[in-house]
Design a protein around this ligand. Structure first.
Ligand code: ATP
Ligand code: MG
Length: 244
């Protein structure tokens, strides 16, 4: 058994009197593909925000590569290898596609890869953008991209931080069937880069074909954590989510 890359231990997050996450634990192995699913408002993005450091849980710990992240800022968590995409893409709108990927490369270089000069940065950004299918759009303004290309740019920006874990929060929402397949293929390809993925997704077809394991949240509580086939046959999961 290898050591987990990420372990979230007994996390509780409250907003005022409302408990958004209630004593939730989960772990992810290096290179593993895990999906986090559940009804709207069940706490999925809150979990992403607690792992990435945007939110501080009231109780519980987040351990990454054996080190507690609780006291570490969101920026330093990215440097340690935890990258995420946002449910609503957040590119720098006034910058080109290429510049949008150069920024996180520069940021990662400030710590883990100090030797990266502007020409090798350009080469790395170009390679990453080609790998997500945006090789022909380097000079376009990010604000002019279609929705699917915006999602690809969001993934490219996360990959540029050289993460060990990439958290994709609904990267396929609002896309057509063929576009969903394109994004799914990109997420599946991350294992070749040694990147583990936590995928938050409502599209069950994508969840089933993507995941080594699926974690189910309902109203802030974890109700299941198992291989995909067991999840779709779990009566509690069917009742609370899949049967909708
Ligand atoms: N900053 C906040 N302040 C107050 N309540 C919040 C905040 N963020 C989330 N919540 C509440 O916490 C609950 C969980 O929200 P969260 O965004 O984590 O759900 P989700 O599972 O990601 O849902 P969706 O599938 O719709 O994206 C919701 O009831 C939401 O209204
Ligand atoms: Mg969400």
């Amino acid at each position: 058994m290898s050591e987990p890359l990420l372990s979230v231990n007994a996390l509780t997050k409250r907003f005022g009197g409302f408990t958004a996450l209630d004593n939730v634990s989960l772990s992810i192995l290096p290179g593993e593909r895990v999906s986090l699913i559940g009804p709207n408002g069940s706490g999925k993005s809150t979990m992403v925000n607690c792992i990435s450091g945007v939110l501080r849980p009231e109780v519980g710990t987040v351990i990454f590569e054996g080190r507690p992240l609780n006291a570490i800022s969101p920026h330093d968590r990215i440097r340690q290898g935890v990258a995420r995409t946002f449910q609503i893409p957040r590119p720098f709108a006034t910058m080109s596609v290429l510049e949008n990927v150069e920024i996180p490369l520069m940021f990662a270089a400030s710590d883990r890869n100090k030797t990266r000069d502007s020409s090798s940065r350009l080469a790395a950004a170009t390679e990453i953008l080609a790998s997500v299918g945006l090789g022909g759009k380097l000079d376009e303004l990010s604000s002019s991209l279609t929705q699917v290309d915006m999602r690809k740019l969001e993934l490219a920006r996360a990959i540029a931080a050289s993460p060990k874990l990439l958290i994709a929060d609904e990267s396929m929402a609002g896309l057509s069937g063929t576009e969903v397949d394109e994004i799914l293929k990109l997420l599946l390809g991350l294992r070749e880069r040694g990147i583990a993925v936590l995928m938050i997704e409502h599209i069950m077809k994508a969840v089933m074909s993507f995941s080594d394991r699926v974690v189910v949240l309902v109203a802030g509580k974890k109700i299941a954590d198992d291989v995909p086939q067991a999840i779709i046959n779990n009566p509690d999961v069917v009742k609370a989510y899949l049967g909708e």
